[in-house]
Ligand binder design. Sequence first.
Ligand code: ADP
Ligand code: MG
Length: 271
Amino acid sequence: MLDVRGLRKVYDGSGRRIEAVRDLTFSVAAGDLVCLVGPSGCGKTTLLKCVGGLLAPTGGEVLLEGRRVTGPPPGTAFVFQEYGRSLFPWMRVAANVELPLRQKGLSRRRRGELVRDALDAVGLADAAQAYPWQLSGGMQQRVAIARALAHEPRLLLMDEPFAAVDAQTRADLEDLVRGLWRERGITILFVTHDIDEAVYLGRRVIVLSASPTVVREQLEVDLPDARDQVRTRVDPRFADLRTHVYEQIQAAKRGTPPAVEVTTSDTPPPR
Ligand code: ADP
Ligand code: MG
């Protein structure tokens, strides 16, 4: 569904050139849930903006369903990190969710249905007439997710959406995303700097190096699809995967090239 090929992004402003993304190549199959994890400042937001057509790459290309992305593609929705700034405080929740639908030429009735369905899906049916500032941070981020869902996206791009909420809320929101993904068959590309979150959420995890960014590793998360905040996180396989991703990221920070092969033997390597 999504092909990122040799993506490069150099920011060039006021005499300073910053190579945020050096060379990224990866694909995402339709219906997959892929987490991109990498250290802060490694270019995750830059990458997601290029995928969502909000930023033009310096080199390489992004193909969505075979077509080159040159602007925000239809069927793609974004959930940003800063939910506080992404909702209009003077508009009620339902109006915030409806706003992007107004450009789609839908009937008022159809828009109403989509808004109700989306708020229902995130557990906020009762908050439709509230103002965003009357809601907690976690609820505001649910509104932002509802707004993305109302758009009926085939591809959902999420940029560290839960970085600013407390641990319990974050766990609930992670399960919400997993549930929506399983029920609605949306393809999700989820960016995070949190290793545990990447392994818990993803069917696949792509580990990025520190800036200038390349793909360091891609791994399948071979945990059962039905995940559970308590049981999954104490599963020995979960611990193996998170340790592995952690080591990759540490090595990436030190600039060590990735190992060609991952040892799976029971004997630990010599230190
Ligand atoms: P991440 O989301 O992984 O934290 P970003 O994509 O936000 O990383 O940033 C990657 C690098 O690009 C950083 O060094 C950042 O300072 C730089 N950068 C991001 N946006 C801009 C911009 N608009 N102009 C110049 N540099 C930028
Ligand atoms: Mg970012």
